[in-house]
Design a protein around this ligand. Structure first.
Ligand code: URA
Length: 232
């Protein structure tokens, strides 16, 4: 999903504080470039990451950033926090403060966290109707009861939010380990769902979001840029 697009004349009109007619004259009289190519048309479409120049002067030049981070437990999914290290503290990038988190993980959870400065991309990933699957490895304090599987599939009513969770898939890997797939992310959802069965979650690790898998080569606390094929 590309960043939000708008017409070039709209951008220039806002940038210079002039009307569309004046923009038209300006485009004809001065040499504007979009991503290195001469721009002459008012209705040319640009986005937040198009490089726009006028005779050497840079009007806009922002790189889209898409990162995957292997979040360790104990690091908070926030951009600022008084008490804990944040996911941003783990990033070494000059524009790291322009990043936002695409789907938080609890303080004590680990695994895949996506960060970007492209809000259109993050919004499209998290859109309710898109049902992007998030997959978690869960370690439990007690044996997983078979009824759990049906309860996760049926959806659970949370009175506090007055909602029923969307069908979730629970696969038992061993007596006390499971793979859980959610298409939403309610507050402490997996912990609360197992809590109904008085089964404490000892460890929660996110392995994927949609088609994006946590890179097995990425050590805890490390990050990398997404590959183009991962940015869908
Ligand atoms: N469910 C939880 O309880 N915690 C998370 O971080 C994600 C899903």
């Amino acid at each position: 999903v590309p960043a939000r697009r708008q017409r070039l004349d709209r951008f220039l009109s806002a940038f210079y504080g002039i009307n569309r007619k004046q923009v038209k004259a300006l485009l004809a009289s001065r040499q504007f470039e979009v991503n290195g190519a001469r721009a002459l048309d008012c209705d040319q479409l640009i986005d937040a990451f198009s490089c726009i120049r006028c005779e050497g002067e840079v009007l806009q030049d922002k790189q889209a950033i898409y990162l995957m981070l292997h979040k360790p437990a104990g690091v908070v999914s926030a951009t600022v926090d008084e008490h804990h290290r944040t996911v941003i503290d783990l990033i070494d990038h000059p524009d790291k403060h322009s990043l936002h988190i695409v789907g938080r993980l609890d303080l004590n959870s680990s695994g895949l966290v996506l960060l970007t400065n492209d809000s259109r991309w993050s919004r499209s990933l998290m859109e309710p109707g898109r049902d992007v699957a998030k997959v978690y490895q869960v370690t439990l304090g007690r044996v997983i009861e078979p009824e759990c599987i049906e309860a996760f599939a049926a959806g659970m009513y949370f009175p506090y939010e007055d909602l029923t969770t969307r069908p979730a898939v629970l696969e038992r890997v061993s007596d006390t380990e499971a793979i859980v797939t959610l298409v939403e992310g309610r507050y402490h959802q997996i912990k609360r769902m197992f809590g109904r069965f008085r089964n404490p979650v000892l460890a929660l690790h996110r392995v994927s979001v949609g088609g994006i898998m946590l890179d097995p080569g990425l050590a805890s606390g490390h990050y990398r840029h997404l590959y183009p094929a991962e940015i869908i």
